[in-house]
Design a protein around this ligand. Sequence first.
Ligand SMILES: Cc1ncc(COP(=O)(O)O)c(C=O)c1O
Length: 393
Amino acid sequence: MQMTVQSKRVQMTNEVRQAVLAQLDKGTFYGGEQAFQFERELGAYLGVRHVLTVNSGTSALLVAAVALDIGPGAEVLIPANVYPSSAEVTAFLGATPVFCDIDESTATMTAETAARRLTPRTKALIVTHMYGHPADMDPLVEFARAHNLRTIEICAHALGAGYRGRKAGSLCDIGMLSLGSKNISVCTTGGAITTNSYELYQACAAVSRHGWPRKPIDESFFEKIQFNESPNAGMFPLERDSVRPGLNLQLDEIPCTIGRIHLRQLDEWNARRRQVAALYNRLIAESDLPVRTPVVQPWAEHAFLHYVVRVPRRDALMTHLVDAGIEALIHYPILIPEMRYYAQHFPTPSDAHPVASRVVKEILTLPIHPWITDREVQYVVDQMVKFYRAHPV
Ligand SMILES: Cc1ncc(COP(=O)(O)O)c(C=O)c1O
């Protein structure tokens, strides 16, 4: 029997519906208590001192890159196989993205692959924790320190992922979260910046809000406020004296409200993701399929935003699965240095990323989310069995 298996889902609950309506009634739409509390709760969860919400993960990267002074003349080390955001903000700021190879087992940049592309102009590295598996950060941070580089970690796939007992997002100068439709969802686009540096936090706050630093506040600030008193009631106190050029990239109150509710369920959802991954691993092994399942390093706690296998005859298998009602995807189908703009403006030697070039042709993302059923997982594996029976390798 044909089934439909979605790649991801956000389950809507009455708690979320009611919280959204309550927030509409409060009349504070941005810069208020929900953002303040969401940032505090994210900080406590991640074990990081400062969190700043912004309206997307890409905005978080732009703000972080400006705060770190990435601009003309600077080179930024970026893995070849990731989402284009890190390269696009680098290019927007007039700096040069320099594409690195990846470790075959985790699909992440390493200190070794980064070192191969280091030059005297290298100013920063932007590492991505691919699919929810953290990069091996300690050697990367060590390498960055030795060469005086600034570090950004992209945790778009990895909210809740662990690295040697610490959380992704707390591992280097600045962390980026994407909150659109990931391990949690704010039901619109959303993002955040995480850092232990007060100076960087304030620089990011100013870049994302008209150049205005934030005045320190605590919870009592909101207790004293009479909501609906004025259109500005409940707003963060900002020093409205611009210290640098800034934009308006803040995350509104309603998504922050939703994010707070989802954050409380994150660990449970990630535990279910890991359970689903274990089920795929077992069913694939029992079926003796020519499929390489994801590696989890002993020092990593995988957040499994994506369950990515490596397979022969990838494109034909993907067509078969899609025809069978399964939303199989590729994260990501084109290496950034091979995208038209980057190939033209930042030509990369073809031997600069041999592992990424090989792996990109084999990867396939199978559906995974906290609400997928064991029956749906079984159906996906059955369809892979059917495909390889018809097309043996
Ligand atoms: C690895 C990675 N980096 C960056 C981004 C960009 O984040 P956003 O879509 O929130 O701008 C995403 C979004 O999917 C991502 O997966």
